[in-house]
Write a protein that binds this ligand. Structure first.
Ligand code: NAD
Ligand code: USQ
Length: 383
């Protein structure tokens, strides 16, 4: 298949492009470099050094004998999006190309509006581009589990059958997310569902949990193929941060009581889930939703797991929660679609032991300790 990976220079987009290429698909990546720009803006950098996109592509060609297509461009440029789709002619578009940090979106008004504009308008441009060039293209869109929030009922796979006043309907699962970033994903989901209904497009929304890990079978082939690994309080995800804190002997920063529970997934399972979705497309007119997680843990349990597995003494610091989120709640997520397609998950405890501690130890000299503590507050100052 021909697959265009949007956001193909990012943490997940790059390994996914390699995974799909390794499976024999003809792959091109598109990126506007925004993620490298956030590093400059925030004064932080990936723990693991990463190469420029063109260097990565050359390294993959040397390793695999396969050349990826490269498009340097912005989803906010609608004509560019349409022309790229027309030129490359993909069977599937995998869409990772969004601002993906919740704290970044909560920095201030400018960052909230940037996030929603970038994500929602970029996805709208893509929907129009697909509808105008080839409505048969399968859109595989990265959503997020956090779209649902933490409702006091089980979280179904995208849709919910509701009975009300003696009548019944199948509706999109009600959403109550916890940041302007997560809200941008909700808006995307509604826009995509409408485009499937109105224009007969085909789409899969992958509501993914928090990703951890670094190596995949392909990125591990050569250091030039490494993907980024963020540990700072704005872009670092919780488990990756705890591993860095453990190796540096810093206390693990649990926000609040640590009872907040999240679905998580190993990066190797992320790339495999995307492959499964691409190779088993949604039907025309179908808005298909998969909940993409393999295990669930409370933040406190994640911290305890790191304490128990790291060969050294580690403290846990329970910080006042800078976010507005429930830390005692029901959490039971239905996830049957991806296992039904054949997903064989990796387990967290094995990943920690076998790769993450060693990875961080090798690069610990690059850590900026001042970037570890959270500074972004969800509540407005003085309120
Ligand atoms: P990332 O920031 O590392 O990668 C996103 C890439 O998209 C970056 O390279 C960036 O430059 C590019 N991009 C952003 N806006 C663009 C635009 N307008 N035009 C072109 N390119 C643009 O993020 P990631 O961690 O790889 O996440 C990828 C996707 O997966 C995101 O949509 C995110 O919401 C979703 N997701 C991530 C996680 C996680 O834990 N990392 C979990 C669930 C869902
Ligand atoms: N947390 C801590 N300590 C930390 C960092 C985080 O206790 O040092 C807590 C947060 O309060 C939150 C949980 O850990 O309750 C997860 O936080 P996170 O920063 O790892 O993840 P989140 O902000 O939810 O965002 C990440 C990705 C995002 C993706 C999302 C999946 O950055 O792109 O959409 O995970 S989900 O959470 O399922 O929506």
């Amino acid at each position: 298949m021909k697959v265009l990976v949007l956001g193909g220079d990012g943490y997940l987009g790059w390994p996914t492009a390699l995974h799909l290429s390794d499976r024999g698909h003809e792959v091109a990546v598109l990126d506007n470099g925004a993620r490298r720009g956030y590093d400059d803006e925030l004064g932080v950098t990936s723990l693991v050094p990463i190469r420029r996109l063109d260097e990565r592509v050359t390294a993959w060609e040397e390793v695999s004998g396969t050349r990826l297509g490269v498009y340097h461009g912005d989803l906010l440029d609608a004509e560019y999006v349409r022309a790229t789709l027309a030129e490359f002619g993909p069977d599937a578009v995998v869409h990772f190309a969004e601002q993906r940090s919740a704290p970044y979106s909560m920095l201030d008004r400018d960052h909230a509006t940037y996030t929603q504009h970038n994500n929602v308008v970029g996805t709208l441009n893509l929907l129009y581009g697909i509808a105008e060039t080839d409505p048969d293209i399968h859109l595989v869109k990265l959503g997020t589990l956090g779209e649902y929030g933490t409702p006091n009922i089980d979280i179904e796979e995208g849709w919910l059958t509701v009975e009300h006043n003696g009548r019944s309907d199948r509706v999109l699962f009600p959403k109550r997310p916890g940041s302007f970033y997560h809200l941008s994903k909700v808006h995307d989901s509604h826009n995509i569902e409408f485009a499937c209904r109105a224009w007969d497009l085909r789409a899969t929304d992958l509501n993914q949990g928090v990703v951890y890990g670094h190596h995949t079978a392909q990125t591990g082939c050569d250091e030039c193929l490494a993907t980024r690994f963020d540990y700072d309080a704005v872009f670092g995800t919780v488990l990756n941060r705890f591993v860095v804190q453990a190796v540096l002997g810093e206390p693990l920063t649990v926000y609040g009581s640590g009872g907040q529970t999240r679905g998580v997934i190993d990066i190797r399972d992320t790339v495999e889930c995307v492959r499964l979705a691409v190779e088993n497309p949604a039907a025309r007119g179908e808005f298909r939703v998969f909940n993409q997680l393999t295990e669930s843990f409370s933040v406190g349990e994640l911290a305890e797991l790191v304490v128990d597995t790291y060969p050294g003494t580690i403290e846990i610091a329970y910080l006042d929660n800078p976010r507005v989120e429930a830390d005692q709640h029901h959490y039971n997520v239905v996830s049957t679609g991806l296992p039904a397609l054949g997903l064989q998950p990796h387990r967290l405890a094995d990943t920690l032991i076998t790769s993450l501690f060693g990875l961080v130890e090798r690069h610990s000299g690059r850590v900026d300790r001042s970037a570890l503590l959270p500074t972004v507050q969800w509540r407005l100052p003085g309120r």
